[in-house]
Design a protein around this ligand. Structure first.
Ligand code: FMN
Length: 172
């Protein structure tokens, strides 16, 4: 296991993959990283659909340019009936935040295990729900293509465009 900050700095979005499948034990660890992620009021509303069959992958590739021919794509959402919602605090909802945390756990765990990934929001949730028969109670938020990075993959130039800490952090 790497030092955490090294891992967080090294990870970058992978958008080209080898066709090799992800071994089951590696995929299980990535999914476990989502299972242990924190969530508002511990509601754990995550719902993850694992697309690995040729048929399922063909469907998702037809619905987004960002499946990147990965050998595995996770469709990640949350159950609106489990989601933490508040009547007070302006009616805040936390399902999408819970998904984002689980996504982050999975991306970092995957990287630690030698698997590349990319957080993808570029798809129409309604189309995806219909294509995979996902219940209307599940809100789909993100896709996570996963796989071994192609040999010549390098970070996108945006990976190293960071903002100064002084622009994003205020000490009070
Ligand atoms: C909420 C969210 C949505 C994103 N959606 C997409 C997407 O649809 N397609 C894509 O190629 N990258 C997507 N990305 C990846 C970002 O472009 C990427 O994380 C950013 O440019 C920094 O690069 P890095 O991940 O290599 O450090 C998304 C990232 C986040 C956090």
């Amino acid at each position: 296991m790497k030092q955490f900050l090294d891992l967080a700095k090294e990870r970058y979005s992978v958008r080209r993959f080898k066709p090799d499948p992800i071994p089951d034990d590696i995929l299980a660890q990535i999914l476990e990283a989502a299972r242990v992620a924190p969530s508002a009021k511990n509601t754990r509303p995550h719902k993850i659909y694992v697309l690995q069959s040729e048929q399922a992958l063909a469907k998702v590739r037809a619905l987004t340019p960002c499946a990147f021919d990965a050998p595995c794509v996770l469709v990640v959402g949350f159950d609106t009936e489990r989601e933490c919602k508040t009547e007070r605090l302006g009616g805040r909802r936390f399902g999408e935040t819970d998904v984002a945390i689980a996504m982050t756990h999975m991306m970092l765990c995957a990287w630690d295990l030698g698997i590349g990934s990319c957080y993808v929001g570029w798809f129409d949730p309604a189309q995806l729900r219909e294509a995979f028969g996902i219940p209307s109670t599940v809100e789909v938020c993100a896709l996570l293509p996963l796989g071994y990075a192609a040999d010549d993959v390098v970070p996108n130039e945006r990976h190293s465009i960071l903002r100064d800490a002084a622009d994003t952090i205020a000490y009070m």
